[in-house]
Structure formats: C-alpha cells, structure tokens
Ligand binder design. Structure first.
Ligand code: NAI
Length: 358
C-alpha cells in the first residue's frame, strides 16, 4: 500500500475536518468499531506539523481500542486532535465547529476530554453533537474522571499486592507516588487512609506541601522518586518513566500507576519481568475514567454505583492478564495487548461494523 493508506496500519477510518472561519483543523481517527462506538478524548495541541498530529492521533486511537477492550466495555477505540494552541486558539465557535465534525460521524466516534480540553469545553462541543461525553455534572456529564481513574488504579495496586505478598492490603506498605494532580493526589489520599507510608514527588511545590502536611508524606524530587526504597512505585505524571536509567535504579516490587505509556519501549516490559518487578499495565489499571465517561452512553445515563462496580472489576481483569502473562510467558504489558486483541477478535466478530441508531 502507498500514500496515506500506508499510515493507517489497521485503522478503520480517518476524518479530516476544517472550518476556515474559525481556523478549526481537526483529525479524528477511528481504530476500530468492532466492539462498539469508538470512544476517545479530544487533544488540543500545537503540533509542529500535520504529520505529527496524524501520527499522534493514530497511535492514541489504537491505544483507546486496547484499553476499552481490556476493560470489558462495548466500545471501540478512537481519538481526535485539534491542531492549535489551546491557550490562544480556543473559542466557542471553534469548539462548536469541531462538534459538527463529530456529529457528522453519527456516533461512530464519541468524544471526551484529553490534554488541552476541559469538561467545560466538552459542554460546548455537546451543543453541536450528541456524541460528546465528559462534560461537567451540571451540564449533564459525569464530571472529573480523575476520581474514578484514581480508584481504579488503587484497585489495581491492591490486586498486584495480593499477587506479590498474598494479601491485597497496602496498609503496611511504602508507596512512592510520582505526580499529585487529579489522579495522583486522590490515590495518595486513599493509600494514606489505608495506613500506607507515602513518599511523593511533583514539580508543583503546593501539591507536595499539601501531601506532606495532610498525609504525612515524605517529599523527594521528581527525578529521584522511582529510586526510593519503597514497595510500590506509582507513576501518575508522565509517560516513558520506565527506561533503561530508571530500570537500573528501581528498588520496588510493583510498578502500578495511572500515567499513560509508562514503558519507554516495549522491551522495558520484559526487563521488568526479568528484574522480578510486577508491572501493572497502565491501560488496564487507569481505565476507571474511561469506564466513567462510557457510562454516559448507557440507556438512562450515567450511574455512579454502576461505574464504581465496573471500576472494581479492574482487579479481576488484571488478575486475568497476569495469569495470561505467566501461562504464556509474556511480559505483563504484552499479555494485556494479547488479552485485548483476543476480545476484539472474538466478540468483535459478532458485531462487525457498529451502526449508529437511526
Ligand atoms: P494532572 O495534569 O492533573 O496531574 C499531573 C501531575 O503531574 C501534576 O500535578 C504535575 O505538576 C505533575 N508533574 C508533571 N511533571 C512532573 C514531573 N516531572 N515529576 C513529578 N510530577 C510531575 O493529570 P492527571 O489527570 O492527574 O493524570 C495523571 C496521569 O494519568 C497522566 O499521565 C494522564 O494521562 C493519566 N490518565 C489520567 C486520566 C484521568 O482520568 N485524569 C485517565 C487515564 C490516564
């Protein structure tokens, strides 16, 4: 295959949208609708080139399909990017122009928040399309997904503890938390409530001061936190934190956090296994936010109890993935991919292309 099709790499559909009046330029990528509508957030980012934007949206939409499949959701995977600087270019008209592109896909793609977009922005997008989730609760959405993402990560961390120490309790464990934003701070609070000892790092001194004062956490710098002599290292800030340098310094038995793309390269997943460190695949444990926004699509709308129950099942999914890794001698990250691919193939075959309701 040649030209643009060569880039698609298994994606079902890529849509370019533009509105010269507002300057809106977007790309929506649908990796798969085999399991249901392709849900994934809208990233508003000042890409240096159109090609960078395309590469990013293709990568992100594929990752969403794997995450949804692994979470047991009836959702495919999609993602959108708006090319521009959100601080300078964002306007009501631009967001609404974007909403019309989303609406034109009649529900094959459903959007949500991502880097550069907020629940308030999604409420604006939703004025032009039925296919937008993640708005504030007062606007009919499910609000900040960080709370459920933190809860799912906590549930996943407990499942890892059970695997390694025979008990899910984190009460007498030492956890090193990197990143104290919407997810990391909530996670730290839950761990503290259980009685865990905390060491934390964030580039924002206010966030670390809050954790030191309220949760009794020790504070270290962001480039040292992975090397702390703790039971668990929990990355909740950046991607790519598990690289050759970090691997040589890790002292923990478990890596479990919400940050996306924690492994710098796939081979680092194998290296963690060799080092005897249990890695909770990022997209398995950080699916709580996706489970939350997906619930807005349920008949009758979002229900917190259902979201909590489904988020708690992250523990079961993780155990299945970890067992698969053991039986098929894979890294836990590769096992998660295989688990997702099997579900997409087996269940997706029943559905083929998802058709929006008429
Ligand atoms: P956030 O932007 O609210 O928090 C990130 C925190 O990391 C901030 O406090 C920031 O100061 C800190 N940080 C940045 N660079 C750092 C460094 N070098 N060292 C230490 N701390 C640093 O983001 P949020 O929502 O808490 O997300 C955290 C991670 O979880 C991200 O990787 C995100 O992609 C991922 N995630 C979030 C979900 C959600 O529902 N919010 C869902 C799934 C994944």
């Amino acid at each position: 295959m040649e030209g643009p099709f060569r880039m698609l790499d298994g994606h079902e559909q890529v849509v370019y949208g533009s509105d010269p009046q507002t300057g809106m330029r977007c790309i929506i990528a649908i990796y798969s609708t085999a399991l249901g509508p392709a849900l994934g957030g809208t990233r508003f980012y000042p890409y240096t080139s159109e090609n960078d934007a395309l590469v990013d949206v293709l990568r992100l939409s594929r990752a969403m399909a794997y995450k949804a499949a692994c979470a047991g959701l009836d959702l495919g995977g999609g993602k959108a990017v708006i090319l521009g600087d959100p601080a300078r270019d964002k306007s009501e008209a631009l967001l609404r122009a974007y909403g019309r592109v989303v609406e034109s896909l009649s529900g094959r793609y459903v959007t949500a928040c991502d880097v550069g977009t907020s629940p308030g922005d999604l409420a604006v997008v939703a004025r032009e399309t039925r296919w937008a989730t993640g708005a504030d609760a007062v606007e009919g959405g499910s609000g900040d997904s960080g709370i459920m993402t933190a809860y799912g990560t906590y549930v996943g961390m407990r499942a890892c503890a059970e695997r390694v120490w025979g008990s899910p309790s984190l009460g007498n464990r030492h956890v090193a938390v990197q990143g104290l934003g919407k997810v990391g701070r909530r996670l730290a609070e839950k761990l503290h409530a259980d009685g865990a000892k905390l060491t934390v790092a964030d580039v924002d001194d206010t966030a670390t001061a809050w954790c030191a004062e309220r949760l009794g956490a020790d504070v270290v710098s962001g480039d040292k936190i992975h090397a702390i002599d703790a039971d668990v290292f929990s990355p909740n800030a950046l991607g790519g934190v598990i690289d050759d340098g970090a691997l040589a310094e890790l002292q923990c038995r478990i890596v479990a956090g919400a940050a996306n793309n924690q492994l710098a390269e796939a081979r680092h997943g194998d290296a963690l296994t060799v080092a005897g460190i249990l890695y909770a695949p990022d997209y398995v444990v950080n699916a709580g936010g996706l489970i939350q926004v997906a619930d807005e699509l349920q008949p009758g709308g979002y229900r917190l109890e259902r979201v909590r129950a489904r988020t708690e099942r992250i523990a079961d999914r993780l155990h299945e993935v970890l067992t698969l890794a053991e039986t098929e001698r894979l890294s836990t990250a590769a096992a998660a991919d295989r688990f997702a691919e099997r579900r997409m193939a087996a269940v997706g075959r029943l559905r083929r292309f998802w058709l929006p309701p008429r």
